[in-house]
Design a binder for this molecule. Structure first.
Ligand code: MN
Length: 253
């Protein structure tokens, strides 16, 4: 078993170290993570400049970082750097939830998705709340999920799982729920300030609260003391409305 591990909080983030430690003994592990915190970069690839890969040095054996995005890390690894095809891509453990609409913006989910796009099974892990509280418990959940996914052998088709873990010391004992994505309200308003030159500047506001958080959603599961596991796919096509759009726009062309 060869496992590629990355994240979006940067190569020095405690969540990455915890995930790497939890996977020891599970196979040959390669860690390639972004140099900077790249949260919210989604599936971005760096096309305007070359990328470099650096060793993190003796204090972090086996750890390499890339001056790019989470997707850059996985892309470079899979298309040449590693020289082999890993069996599994893991991303995280992220500082903060990636539920509902978050998954569209998340670099954590995107890094796993990059593996999935190359046909490799991938799992993204996030803690529901920021602050790294009970991170070791989350790492034990990650290990248990990986072990259970792998036994008795990988599912035949590639998959992409999005796991959100409550920040609890007993996280490993919590029920796991297979969920679908909820929805959030629109983001909080942008925060306008003035820079030292008197010009307006804008901070993107925080994510909105959960809007669709009913039974079966990731929001509902984690709010009710469960680990949420959402199987994701990439096809954004609105299949249900294809006939409507055909009727409206194909005729008369
Ligand atoms: Mn992050």
């Amino acid at each position: 078993m060869r496992i590629l591990i990355t994240n979006d909080d940067g190569y020095l983030a405690p969540g990455l170290a915890a995930l790497v430690a939890a996977m020891q003994g599970r196979g040959q592990i390669e860690v390639i993570a972004p140099e900077q915190n790249a949260s919210g970069t989604s599936n971005a690839l760096t096309l305007s400049r070359p990328l470099q890969v650096f060793s993190a040095g003796a204090a972090h054996p086996g750890l390499r970082f890339v001056n790019g995005t989470p997707s850059d890390c996985v892309h470079v690894a899979l298309t040449g750097l590693l020289g082999y095809r890993p069996d599994l891509v893991l991303s995280g453990i992220n500082q903060g939830a990636n539920m509902g609409d978050d998954t569209l913006y998340s670099g954590t989910v995107a890094a796993a998705m990059e593996g999935f796009l190359f046909g490799i099974p991938a799992i993204a892990f996030s803690q529901v709340h920021k602050g790294w509280v009970e991170l070791d418990a989350a790492a034990r959940v990650a290990r248990a999920v990986v072990d259970q996914v792998l036994a008795p052998g990988l599912p035949t088709l590639p998959f992409l799982l999005n796991v959100n873990i409550p920040n609890r010391a007993d996280a490993e004992a919590l029920p796991r729920r297979i969920t679908h994505l909820g929805r959030r309200h629109a983001s909080e308003p942008v925060i306008q300030q003035t820079n030292p030159r008197g010009e307006p500047i804008y901070w993107i506001g925080p994510a909105g609260d959960a809007r669709e958080a009913g039974a079966g959603t990731d929001f509902h599961a984690t709010a009710n003391g469960c680990v949420s596991i959402t199987p994701l796919q990439v096809d954004l096509t609105d299949h249900a409305r294809l006939p409507d759009w055909r009727a409206r726009l194909e005729s008369g062309a």
